[in-house]
Design a protein around this ligand. Structure first.
Ligand code: HEM
Length: 162
């Protein structure tokens, strides 16, 4: 296996595959609450970059729902982190933020979408990843749309599967 690039060493705790424990919880003021399962994969090929792929499925019907894939970069010598993300919904996004210990706090820095994206349009996303002391990974996502202020959309925990 290729040696880890030292630039991304502070994020080595993400690497591997994670599976949701209990289904995650989805909510938003304008939708019915839902439950979902999700697999996360973080990998590297020796570059100062982490490659990731997140795949979410409806907890009851098992249907594929949301998918996002992209790259994570760090500004060398700092705790600044950038996620470069493409979502299957037609959204592309750059989120930036900071790594503090085993917690990543990210916010939308730039957003784009396909010309025929469904409304309401997402205007801002805030996300927190945290490696908990018990070894589980937790992700919380809040978003603001054209007609809703920033409020939680997703909460989920994962265990490491590889
Ligand atoms: C609804 C955005 C991740 C499942 C929505 C809506 C938006 C949105 C804008 C419509 C809200 C409204 O109508 O007011 C996002 C963004 C995500 C994300 C930006 C990631 C950052 C996920 C994930 C799942 C999911 C991981 C997991 C299955 C759903 C479901 C609905 C929904 C089931 C309601 C039904 C529907 O409108 O399709 N999401 N979402 N979303 N989202 Fe997400």
């Amino acid at each position: 296996s290729v040696e880890l690039n030292p630039v991304i060493l502070p994020l080595d705790w993400l690497l591997g595959t994670w599976e949701s424990d209990e289904p995650g919880e989805g909510c938003f003021p304008t939708i019915l609450p839902f439950r979902y399962n999700e697999t996360l994969n973080f990998s590297h090929v020796g570059q100062p970059v982490i490659n990731f792929m997140f795949s979410a499925f409806h907890a009851e019907t098992k249907k594929p729902l949301h998918r996002e894939t992209g790259f994570i970069r760090m500004e060398p010598g700092t705790n600044r982190v950038a996620f470069i993300i493409a979502q299957n919904s037609g959204l592309v996004e750059i989120e930036e933020g900071e790594l503090t210990g085993h917690q990543l706090n990210l916010q939308t820095h730039a957003i784009g979408r396909v010309s025929f994206a469904k409304k309401p349009h997402v205007q801002q996303i805030c996300r927190v990843f945290q490696l908990r002391p018990d070894g589980r990974l937790e992700q919380t996502v809040s978003m603001a749309t054209d007609n809703q202020p920033l409020i939680q959309h997703l909460h989920i925990t994962y265990h490491r599967s590889t």
